[in-house]
Design a protein around this ligand. Structure first.
Ligand code: AMP
Length: 405
């Protein structure tokens, strides 16, 4: 690929009714603008745009944005008015977050027609996400047909999982015919955070074994050995694994048959129950950890039980991944809950002293936005908080691809 002097990358994360974006300058490592378009297709669509380099204030407005085309045009206008327009020769590429890359995409990939077709072929395994990602790509292509567009896949980092971790114990022919296996998600975050953890420990990623706990509204754990993912908690879809904001995580699959037989629910209703009305929200009516902690402080037993179920599952994954890795150098917390909720970190590590794990109460209580250790000096296995930055990771992977010789 030809080298380029342009150094800006626009990162687009297109959801079904939203587009999150960031414009970064890879030469200087600065974030130039960030923003979000929400409720696309509704009368009350909203755009929030924050130029970061021009010293401008955050701009927000509401009004109908009919589709992704209109959303991206609105974003382009906002950037243009800050002198950061998409027609600038400074723009090197657009990096797209694509949720499902299946078995085919294990690296960031330059998008052409064949790649786009392949991403479309994966829609049956990612019906909620890939269609929106495809729409975002097509829209960006129309806006800047000449510009390299790169897909960075949420599943890619997990493609190194060995077969014994990736396969479900079901009939092999059925699994292969329908591409049923564990793919894992949040891969961009697990890749970034595990690498940053090695940096924090002052060691090379290839020497370090870490358990990454990405605890946001969606949540996943991964076991990373020497920089490579060897297991992760999400599976064919992001429903498997930890207790999440609205998703159940692990469950006996027979619950699904039972709900069909006994409660007369159809597939769609069960899907909606497990993805949207379960997890913390299903257990106690709230999915925001701040609200749950507030209720616990007021003596709310329902909120307390929801918290305990959340922590119990987390502990099972920490223990399980400890056994998978054999030797662990660090357990690291990231994303909205992991970075901010000290009580979650304390409770998840409590009682694991025999594993060499401990949390220092004072260090854990310090609020900060940088990567930091929260374990006491004596702890054999470090406990860390490392803020995730999926957009930066997507931008770096995109830029590395378009500037490679
Ligand atoms: P994310 O999906 O990574 O944006 O995380 C969103 C979640 O982080 C929210 O639903 C909250 O549960 C949690 N969260 C955000 N800020 C805090 C905070 N200060 N304390 C506890 N939890 C928080």
């Amino acid at each position: 690929m030809t080298a380029t002097t342009a150094s800006r990358v626009l990162v687009l994360n297109s959801g079904s009714s939203s587009v999150k974006y960031q414009l970064l300058d890879m030469a200087t490592g600065t974030r130039l603008a960030v923003g979000l378009v929400e409720r696309i297709g509704e009368e009350t669509s909203a755009l929030s745009h924050h130029p970061l380099v021009t010293g401008g204030a955050k701009r927000e407005w509401e009004g109908e944005i009919a589709d992704h085309d209109a959303a991206l045009k609105a974003v382009a206008e906002e950037l243009d008015s800050d002198g950061l327009g998409l027609d600038s020769p400074e723009l090197a590429a657009i990096g797209h977050r694509v949720v499902h890359g299946g078995l085919r995409f294990t690296e960031p990939t330059l998008i052409d027609d064949a790649v786009l077709k392949e991403i479309e072929r994966l829609v049956p395994v990612a019906p909620l996400h890939n269609p929106a990602n495809i729409t975002g790509i097509r829209t960006a292509q129309r806006l800047r047909p000449d510009l390299p567009q790169v897909a960075v896949f949420d599943t890619a980092f997990h493609s190194s999982m060995p077969e014994h971790a990736a396969r479900y114990a079901i009939d092999v022919r059925t699994a292969d015919e329908h591409r049923i296996r564990r793919y894992g998600f949040h891969g961009t975050s697990h890749a970034y955070v595990s690498r940053k953890t090695a940096e924090l420990l002052g060691r090379d990623p290839s020497e370090v074994n870490v358990i990454v706990l990405h605890l946001g509204n969606g949540a996943s754990a991964s076991a990373v050995a020497g920089g490579r993912c060897v297991d992760t908690s999400m599976g064919l879809t992001p429903l498997e694994g930890l207790v999440m904001g609205t998703r159940s995580g692990d469950i006996d699959p027979a619950v699904v048959f039972h709900l069909g037989r006994v409660a007369g629910m159809d597939m769609q209703e069960v899907d909606e129950l497990l993805n949207k009305r379960s997890g913390l929200v299903g257990l106690c009516g709230d999915n925001d950890m701040r609200e749950i902690r507030r209720r616990i402080d007021e003596g709310d037993e329902t909120a307390r039980l929801a918290f305990e179920i959340y922590i119990h599952r987390l502990k099972k994954y920490i223990g399980g991944y400890y056994a998978v890795l054999g030797r662990v150098d660090a357990v690291v917390f990231t994303a909205g809950v992991g970075e901010n909720a000290a009580p979650v970190r304390e409770a998840a590590i409590a009682g694991l002293e025999e594993f060499g794990l401990a949390v220092d109460k004072d260090l854990n209580a310090v609020r900060g936005d940088g990567a930091r250790l929260i374990s006491p000096e004596y702890a054999r296995v470090k406990v860390a908080v490392v803020p995730t930055d999926e957009e930066l990771e997507i931008a770096e992977q995109t830029y590395a691809l378009v500037t490679a010789d």
